[in-house]
Design a protein around this ligand. Structure first.
Ligand SMILES: [Zn+2]
Length: 109
């Protein structure tokens, strides 16, 4: 038997879920995107590390987050969001970085 309280909660939950879905895009495969330019990727958690593509690195100074895409170089190259990484590594503007992150083929000259 379903109580009225339960039904109400259930409806609310669906509302939140639908709202979330309407804003959500396909999750970005940050591991794939970083693995194009970061070599020697190690680690098992949400933060992975590898050789920094911004400086000659031999110590896996570079870290990136699988879920939110943020990056940081502990040797001093700086940090930023995943989209900022793509802009920086390929020298492309924001709108192209967004398309590339979403799996589109973007011509990078
Ligand atoms: Zn670096």
């Amino acid at each position: 038997m379903i109580s009225p309280v339960h039904t109400h909660t259930h409806k609310l939950y669906n509302k939140v879920k639908n709202k979330k879905r309407s804003h959500a895009t396909k999750p970005i495969d940050w591991f794939y995107l970083y693995s194009r330019t970061v070599s020697n990727i190690r680690g098992t958690g949400l933060w992975r590390n590898g050789l920094c593509p911004f400086h000659p690195d031999r110590n896996n100074s570079f870290g990136f987050h699988l879920r939110d895409g943020g990056y940081k170089c502990f040797a001093g190259c700086g940090s930023g969001s995943g989209l900022q990484f793509i802009q920086r590594i390929y020298s492309i503007p924001y709108h192209l970085a967004v398309r590339l992150a979403n799996g589109e083929d973007v011509y990078i000259g």
